[in-house]
Write a protein that binds this ligand. Structure first.
Ligand SMILES: *Cc1c(COP(=O)(O)O)cnc(C)c1O
Length: 391
C-alpha cells in the first residue's frame, strides 16, 4: 500500500531525517549555549558541536574546517559570496559571468549587481542545459572577477562540467563559485582538484533542517576575501555576524555524515527508481525527457507531456506532490515560464506541459508505480478531452 499523498518534489525540500532530529534535540534545551560565550561550559559545548559539524562538512568537500562558513541557507550563501566578492574586489574589476540556468538566488543577485554598475555576462546553455567551457573562456576579460556556474540544475538535473570550468578560471586567476545545493550527496566534490574557490548549499535539500546552509570559501591558493553583508559581532571569521544557529548546524553536520555514509547505495537506489519511472512514463505517447540524458542527477526527471497542460495534470493528481515548468516568480502571467526550460529551447507551450519529478531517500518502488500509473491514466484522459474539444 502506498501512503498518500506521495511526495515527489525532493528538489524543493526534503523531510528532516529522524536521525538528524535526534542529533539536534539536546541542543535546544540542554546544550543551548552561545558559541560566543567563551567563558563557560555552555558556550564550550555549543562551540565544540559546531566545530565538529564544520569538520564533517570540510571533509566532504576536501576543504579545511576554517573554510566552512555557516549561513541561513544557499540563498544567503550565494548573496554573501557574489555581493561580497564584487565589493571586495571592485578596484580590480567589474565583470561577472554566470549562466542562464542558475537558481534565482544567483541570477537575481547578479542582476542586482548589474544595476549597481557591474558588467554581467549570462552564458547560454546547449539543449541539454550544459554550459560550454569554451564559452566561459571566451567571455573572460581583463575585468572579470568571478564565474558562477551551478553544479547541477534543480529543474532538469543536468550536471555542469565543473572541472573544465574550474581549470579555465584557475588558469586565468579568476574566482570560480558553484551553487552546489542540488549536487551535495549526488556528485563528489573535491574543491581543490576541481579548482572551486567558493561553494554554496542548503541543509534542507539533504534531509537537514531549514534555515541553515554553508558557504565554502577558499582560504589559500588563493585566499578569497569578501566584504561582509552582515555586520555585527564578527562571528564566522568576521564574514557573517549573528549568533550561531547551533541546533541547525548540528543537524546539518549529521545530515552530511548520513549522505556521505550512504553515498553509493543511495545514488544507486535513486537512479534505479528514477530509471524505472522513466521506463514507465516513456510508454506514454509523445513525451520527452529534458536535460542531459547521461550527466544528470540520480533523482531527477523533467518530462514534457506534449499537448497536456501540466498545471491541469497536477490539479487532477491531488495526492501526488510534483512541480511544473510554469512555476515562475515573474509577474507577467501567462507569458512567463521557467527560465531554465526557456534556456534549453522549450516553447512556452512545451514548458507549460512539463513536470519535474524529484525522488528521494524515502521514495519507494510502490510510489513510483503508483505515480506512473496515475500520470499515464490522467495524461490519456486529458488528451482525449482535448481531442473531443477539437471535434
Ligand atoms: C533550493 C535552492 C537554492 C536556495 O536554497 P534556500 O535554502 O532556499 O536558500 C539555491 N540554489 C539551488 C540550486 C537550489 O536548489
Amino acid at each position: 500500500m502506498v501512503h498518500l499523498p506521495v511526495y515527489m518534489d525532493y528538489h524543493a525540500t526534503t523531510p528532516v531525517d529522524a536521525r538528524v532530529v535526534e542529533a539536534m534535540q539536546p541542543f535546544f534545551t540542554q546544550h543551548f549555549g552561545n558559541t560566543a560565550s567563551v567563558q563557560h561550559r555552555f558556550g564550550w559545548i555549543a562551540k565544540e558541536a559546531v566545530e565538529q559539524a564544520r569538520k564533517i562538512i570540510a571533509d566532504m568537500l576536501q576543504a579545511e574546517p576554517r573554510e566552512i562558513l555557516f549561513t541561513s541557507g544557499a540563498t544567503e550563501s550565494n548573496n554573501l559570496l557574489l555581493k561580497g566578492i564584487a565589493e571586495a574586489y571592485q578596484s580590480k574589476g567589474n565583470h561577472l559571468i554566470t549562466s542562464a540556468v542558475e537558481h534565482p538566488a544567483v541570477l537575481e543577485t547578479c542582476r542586482y549587481l548589474e544595476r549597481k554598475g557591474f558588467v554581467l555576462t549570462i552564458l547560454p546553455v546547449d539543449s541539454f542545459g550544459r554550459v560550454n567551457p569554451r564559452d566561459v573562456e571566451k567571455a573572460i576579460t581583463e575585468k572579470t572577477l568571478l564565474v558562477s556556474v551551478m553544479s547541477t540544475n534543480n529543474e532538469i538535473g543536468t550536471i555542469q562540467p565543473l572541472e573544465e570550468i574550474g581549470a579555465i578560471c584557475s588558469a586565468k586567476n579568476i574566482f570560480f563559485h558553484t551553487d552546489a545545493t542540488q549536487g551535495i550527496g549526488k556528485i563528489v566534490f573535491n574543491v581543490k582538484e576541481m579548482n572551486i574557490h567558493a561553494l554554496s548549499f542548503s541543509s534542507h535539500k539533504i534531509y537537514g533542517p531549514k534555515g541553515v546552509g554553508v558557504l565554502y570559501l577558499r582560504n589559500k591558493n588563493p585566499k578569497v576575501f569578501l566584504e561582509t553583508q552582515m555586520h555585527g559581532g564578527g562571528h564566522e571569521r568576521g564574514f557573517r555576524s549573528g549568533t550561531v544557529n547551533v541546533p541547525g548546524i548540528v543537524g546539518l553536520g549529521k545530515a552530511v555524515s548520513l549522505v556521505q555514509e550512504n553515498f553509493i547505495d543511495e545514488n544507486k537506489t535513486l537512479s534505479e527508481l528514477r530509471n524505472l519511472l522513466w521506463e514507465k512514463l516513456q510508454k506514454i505517447e509523445n513525451v520527452k525527457l529534458n536535460g542531459d540524458p547521461v550527466r544528470r542527477l540520480s533523482n531527477n526527471l523533467s518530462v514534457t507531456f506534449n499537448g497536456v497542460n501540466a498545471d491541469m495534470l497536477m490539479a487532477e493528481l491531488t495526492d501526488i506532490a510534483l512541480s511544473s515548468g510554469s512555476a515562475c516568480t515573474a509577474e507577467d502571467g501567462n507569458a512567463s515560464y521557467s527560465h531554465v526550460l526557456k534556456a534549453i529551447g522549450l516553447s512556452a507551450e512545451e514548458a507549460h506541459s512539463t513536470l519535474r519529478f524529484g525522488l528521494g531517500r524515502f521514495t519507494t518502488k510502490e510510489e513510483v508505480n503508483y505515480v506512473s500509473e496515475k500520470i499515464t491514466q490522467t495524461v490519456q484522459k486529458l488528451r482525449s478531452f482535448s481531442k473531443e474539444g477539437v471535434r
